[in-house]
Design a protein around this ligand. Sequence first.
Ligand code: PCA
Length: 324
Amino acid sequence: MFKKLVVAGSVSAMLCFGASVQAQTKWDMPTGYPANNFHTENIRQFADDVDKATQGKLKITVHDSGSLFKANEIKRAVQGGQADIGEIIISGFSNEDPMFGVDSIPFLATGYPAAKKLEAAAKAATEARLAKQGLKVLFNVPWPPQGIFSAKPLNSAADLKGAKWRAYNPNTSRIAQLVGAQPVTIQAAELTQALATGAVTTFMTSGATGYDSKVWEQVKYYYEVNAWLPKNLVIVSKKAFDKLDKPTQDAVLKAAAAAEARGWKVSEEKNKWYKEQLIKNGMTVSAGSDQLQSDFKKIGLTIIGDWTTQTGAEGQAIIDAFRK
Ligand code: PCA
């Protein structure tokens, strides 16, 4: 009897020891953008913060540049459990649900304070949809305002007819369609290559991606129309998150809140720096002619009209809350 108890005791001691060793969790985190991009740097800091706060109990390994999954495959990978956590550009999925495209409606929110307000107005609707897909949003960070890059100078939207236009989400494809350009979907990680081979000559993005992709080798003009600020979201599989113990979950949420605040700040601060780098590398940067601006504003009105039709009363309520 006594012997049995001792054995039982040591078995449970072993189990305890085993459990504490196994309590380390490892997450692979695919992201879509290069190592020196400000989103990626912010995410690495987030992973380090989680590591420190949990004393190594949760290790997040960041795989940048679309190396584990291409940028447009990351959402499905996290939904399907092939990755536990990942970074996505939410407007890339507006074909799945128009709500995902709210931050890429041209000229709705054109600066940081407005983008923040729009984010707050659309947050509940966006997160409820993702929750239904088993996804929890940990934090969001905006890209700097989107402008037009072109190999040739542009005076109006008519100058874009027939151009090979790089798109990164359904709204940028739609813009190509509206100006009579040929849309080609290319992820940021492949943009430099697509420019080098002449697959595309014009596109909308931020100074950040212009700088990351060294677009000045082929592209000489940047028109800062500040059309919208698309957001990247860091999403985690709800299943993976629920498996963590409470202190670890709290550490993740705390690091995520810090990453969101830091990311918004860095995005805004670096916006000016990116523009300076484009100029330093020989690009002509301007606001664009009145004609170009008014042509793009018209495109914005078409797209917001489509969006409110698609999203109905729910979408209208978001626009109203944003404009209040
Ligand atoms: N850069 C990303 C998305 C928006 C941006 O500024 C890209 O061009 O793919």
